[in-house]
Design a protein around this ligand. Sequence first.
Ligand SMILES: Cc1cc2nc3c(=O)[nH]c(=O)nc-3n(C[C@H](O)[C@H](O)[C@H](O)COP(=O)(O)OP(=O)(O)OC[C@H]3O[C@@H](n4cnc5c(N)ncnc54)[C@H](O)[C@@H]3O)c2cc1C
Length: 480
Amino acid sequence: MTGTKWWIGAAGQTATHTVALSKLIVNGKDCGIHWFIVPLRCPNTGRLLPGITAGDIGAKVARNGLDNGWIQFSSVRVPRQNMLMKWAQVSQDGVFTPPENPAISYNTLITERLLALNLMVECLAPAMIISIRYGVMRQQGPNNERIMDYQSHQWNLIPILASTFAMTVLFDKLRGDWNQALQAQHDKKQFLGIVQYWHGVSSGLKAWQGWWTMDALEIVRRSLGGHAYSSYSGMGTLITDFAVTTTGAGDNYTLSQQSAKWLLSIAMKQVKGGRKPYGYTAFLGDSKFYSPLNYSDTSIQDSFRWLCTRVIESGARKFTNVRSEKEFDKVWDANMMELIPASRLFSTIVMQETFSEFIKNAEKKASKPVVQVLEKLNQVLLLSHLLKESGLFLEYDYITGKDIRQAREKFSALCADLRTEAAALVDTLRYPDFVVNSVLGRSDGNLYQHYFNTVVNAPNSLGVPSYFEESIAPLTRSKL
Ligand SMILES: Cc1cc2nc3c(=O)[nH]c(=O)nc-3n(C[C@H](O)[C@H](O)[C@H](O)COP(=O)(O)OP(=O)(O)OC[C@H]3O[C@@H](n4cnc5c(N)ncnc54)[C@H](O)[C@@H]3O)c2cc1C
């Protein structure tokens, strides 16, 4: 079997062209991987062009509306002009000009990874609407409690609610900043200087927020009890549609490594007196700061900056005697699990910074009660981060068991406090029923009626089944 590229969206039956990342060889010299437009099908007939074999990859777990395909190329000639030559060029007489920075080939993927953040929000928001509305309506237990009043339910759902808001802000902020950076591409030198930064930031966020979202969707599913298993709950589609995001657009394990390697390189360059870290990495230029934990927003954020720096420092020691790229790869492979958490902590820091900044700005525009709720959401988010990373904080002797217990108490109190705001908060997400598409998450709260109506109107829900005479009657009428 010859080399076959699998999974390409729309390649199965529809796409007339693809953009292939391929090795460029000029006069026998390997010039690295570059992008080429390759025609696949005749736009008039839809038929595959000579040398191209392609087809649909068949049934998938979800997203079956898209014809993901496989493609094989056999001696396909791609004209020179089909190379995307903004950053690297091959002249008519065969002279290759490399890009000033090879990292530029990540450029397109940065946009894709930032868009993955938006997809996370688009899945989390309906999941929150469904689970919170169901949680405040569903009554259960000896005293007919609303399930949202259970502490376990609040622990599970309130931090996800807070993260949904924080991630909305995160995506908006990064999308705006990245679009601005893209518009400044005419200054090639400046753009090349920041592309690695954006690759590091977007890779880490795509990986860690993606994994976190997948876990959050499963927590939401469990919070709905048996009804989550009904297709009409909407949760099945949300989960299966989202699941690929932890793999597609760059597998999360590889992205988390790339982001951690980038953080390591910043720390190592710092030691050699390199460029001062900037943007979200600025804290890495101030590695000695330490502030004791007092549970304020700033103190928790500082504690994450401190911890992230320590994890990178500790991992960097393993690379002290590394002299070549080959040696680096070997040491990396043996120690990656020590350094990968740095990327997780860093991504958490970016989220914390953007949300806190947003709230600071909101203070100037929004009413006091709105700001107060936002501040509580931020507090609950920060405490949930602290509790989640308590193992690492303990490992680096930043906190004690007593601190963790105190954090837990504060977290519980805030969750209980926000429980009363939760239903109003999901309303502010402003997703219409049609989009949420769940009988459990209906905005009028009349979920059982909607559920029942949907069920009785579904095909084959009532009456004698068509297979009764053939398959059931022989058994029920049998005298045996
Ligand atoms: C629904 C869907 C749509 C897609 N659409 C497209 C598309 O339109 N265009 C396109 O080009 N591609 C597309 N893809 C492909 C997708 O980008 C790849 O599946 C993804 O990058 C993972 O690569 P892989 O499948 O080869 O996994 P593998 O690389 O084989 O990974 C398998 C496992 O090994 C681990 N692993 C691999 N390398 C490392 C490493 N260096 N260190 C540690 N662990 C590692 C991975 O984490 C994973 O757990 C799509 C995939 C899916 C599922």
